[in-house]
Design a protein around this ligand. Sequence first.
Ligand code: UDP
Length: 499
Amino acid sequence: MEKEYDGEAQCDEPLRAIFLPFLSTSHIIPLVDMARLFAMYGVDVTIITTSHNATIFQKSIDLDSSRGRSIRTHVIKFPAEKVGLPVGVEAFNVDTPRESHSKIYMALFILQHEIEQLFEDLKADFIVTDMFYPWSVDAAAKLGIPRLMFHGASYLARSAAHSIELYSPHLKVESDSEKFVLPELPDALEMTRLQLPDWLRSPNPYTELMKAIKESEKRSYGSLFNSFYELESEYHEHYKRVMGTKSWGLGPVSLWANRDASDMAARGLAKEEEGEEGWLKWLNSKPEGSVLYVSFGSMNKFPYSQLVEIANALEGSGHNFIWVVRKNNDADDQEGSGFLEEFEKRVKESDKGFLIWGWAPQLLILENKAIGGLVSHCGWNTVVESVNAGLPTVTWPLFAEHFFNEKLVVDVLRIGVPVGAKEWRQWNEFGSEVVKREDIGNAIALMMDEAGEGAEMRRRAKILSDAAKKAIQVGGSSHNNIIELIQELKSLKLSKSQR
Ligand code: UDP
């Protein structure tokens, strides 16, 4: 007779999990943090990726192994030659040439069989795969194991997209800039057609992919989010209700998996040795809450015209700032880099600003007491990391689901001031909108205001930061979620072995 689940299912063998991140830095980072959490709670974890992508996180895995956790990377060879890509181009990142995108997808298609075989050979008890691998739900079904789907987004963003797919409110307004309310959501959130991702505005091949992802989610064991209940509880409940699926918020994963400075420094592409003499020394010389952290994530690049507006706004704001700047290879780059180098020299002399070129150790910076707020594109990981640090944000959504995240930050949580971005664009395009220095400056002034709404936002952000810290402690919402989920997965394994 099958043994009933008694809440304390025991297996002799540890649970074996395989994590499969997508080939893009900002999907890899949170899913790897999540994988590390499972290892922290006794699960035997293997992360499958290609060699170039492994460099983004291998240091963290080595640190965890040295702590005695059962976690490793299984590197598979990216079929660069077969798809005609130069060695090293293995991911959708800011510098990935547009013509390479379809080749990377082709490479993923080629790798699918090898990965499916690995699920079997490594005897996974469950798999956690990025949303962009809808095929993995069938692979898991063949093996009779659960597939959990990782969402790189917020519950609010997924709920908003679902609302638009279902009710098409954007087709009931007269113009691209007329506001409409997103139907059936816990709050009356207003947007315009121009702020919607193109695939939601009108069908394109990406719409089909998103449909496949949704279908695969419905057939999965459940979904995992880098979110915590107190951050968007109503949207968490709403999402589970409308989707009819199980889902667990396991965030903030950055806080949970990276408790030591060594973890924070190892994360992503940061170079540890730069810290002491550079940004850290500079930040430590600044008064508490006085510095703006200005960053637009790992995928964005701005045209020269926009960089000039940002630079002028920052200089004109009178506040200290750290600006993470990225050079790009487009036509106006020459002119742009000349301007930026001059700007860098000037703000160094005035000691008002610090430019970080390329990649910043964001977690370490955000937790520094000198930081008083962000100017950010509302990438979901950055939203969670800024909430965790108890900081308000000037919101400047650009692409992906950023405009939905802005709604959460500004309208629901009320810890953000919008810069007034009007138009969604592709992540690898400049778009036509240039946000003016006055608008950037006004939003910064409101957020950094020591009294009034600025102070209120900081107060609310601090409450959320405390909630984030509680969520991952024993008895906290995310903590309960991971313990319950692991218990559930153990029990499934046990009942499978008894069949
Ligand atoms: N990140 C970082 N340094 C950088 C840029 C990004 O550490 O210079 C990290 C950041 O902490 C976050 C992730 O990369 O965890 C970016 O994800 P997000 O969703 O915020 O934005 P995206 O890169 O997807 O636009």
